[in-house]
Design a protein around this ligand. Structure first.
Ligand SMILES: NC(=O)c1ccc[n+]([C@@H]2O[C@H](COP(=O)([O-])OP(=O)(O)OC[C@H]3O[C@@H](n4cnc5c(N)ncnc54)[C@H](O)[C@@H]3O)[C@@H](O)[C@H]2O)c1
Length: 263
């Protein structure tokens, strides 16, 4: 138990599982009051109940403006203020570009990009009133580079990274900081959908400098730093928490690369 977020009212979206849940547990252990949101009511309520203390869960579809209006109002009613917003809820989507359905594009952008924009829209008046706040947008390594089959997801995560920088400029003079976190592969229902054993998954991640998949709590630590006052002079920044994925690549013909990697 620590006090790095003591008394801060924090919203975490997509908190029913994975990184959102890990972030909620870490924030609670640092003294935060938590408003958890997700479309998965059963799991979201169970997480909130298990954490206990100053924690509540309410259903929220992040892509819906009216939902956000009610949710942000409920947080203000409960805690009187909003100090931190973690825009974590997200959907992944794979498709070759020639098969791409525009409805899928709009759905993914609706959750991954419009969702954080709406969250920011609805918490900003409360944060402005006290001249302070921290907004953390969970993007991805796919907001820093490209990959085959990931048109919709990549568009949504690059956009989120760019919007983070817009909002840093727009809200900085009101004392509101806005930053993005860029996880690499993380062992969650999204990052390891088949639920394969970690050792097996790590074979795929041998090509990274740290040679393994990430844990949800390792991403949550970056959000904790950005949520706390320790990062008081950081805004508009992007933090890759990716085991070195976006740092470069191994030149397998030279010494220093792990054995057996393809060229
Ligand atoms: N797992 C990875 O490898 C990885 C890598 C990079 C970035 N990310 C990003 O990190 C974030 C968390 O991912 P995760 O791995 O924990 O995923 P996850 O699928 O395990 O959890 C995502 C949560 O978001 C919720 N959600 C989905 N749509 C929603 C909506 N419209 N409104 C509210 N909640 C909604 C889901 O119900 C779920 O509980 C996402 O934004 C994801 O894109 C994940």
């Amino acid at each position: 138990m620590g006090d790095r977020l003591k008394g801060k009212a924090c919203i975490i979206t997509g908190a029913a599982q994975g990184m959102g849940e890990a972030t909620a547990r870490l924030f609670a252990s640092e003294g935060a009051k938590l408003a958890l949101a997700d479309v998965n009511i059963e799991k979201g309520e169970a997480v909130a109940k298990d954490i206990g203390g100053d924690t509540f869960f309410q259903k929220l579809d992040v892509s819906d403006n009216e939902n956000w209006k009610h949710f942000s109002g409920a947080v203000r009613d409960k805690f009187g203020t909003i100090d931190v917003l973690v825009n974590n809820a997200g959907l992944v989507h794979f498709t070759p570009v020639e098969m791409l359905d525009p409805d899928d594009f709009n759905r993914i952008l609706g959750v991954n990009t419009l969702g954080p924009i709406l969250g920011t829209k609805h918490v900003t008046p409360t944060m402005k009133a006290v001249g302070k706040g921290s907004i953390i947008n969970i993007s991805s390594v796919d907001g820093l580079r490209g990959a085959n089959g990931l048109t919709c997801y990549t568009a949504s995560k690059w956009a989120l990274r760019g919007i983070t920088k817009c909002h840093a400029y727009e809200l900085g003079t009101s004392g509101i900081r806005v930053n993005s976190v860029h996880p690499g592969g993380v062992n969650t229902p999204m990052g390891n959908a088949a639920g394969r054993p970690e050792e097996e998954v790590n074979q795929v991640f041998r090509r990274l400098p740290l040679g393994r998949i990430g844990r949800p709590d390792e991403i949550a630590q970056a959000s904790l730093f950005l949520a706390s006052d320790e990062s008081s002079y950081i805004t508009g920044a992007e933090i890759a928490v990716d085991g070195g994925w976006t740092a470069g690549t191994y030149l397998t013909m030279l010494p220093g690369a792990p054995e057996g990697l393809p060229i």
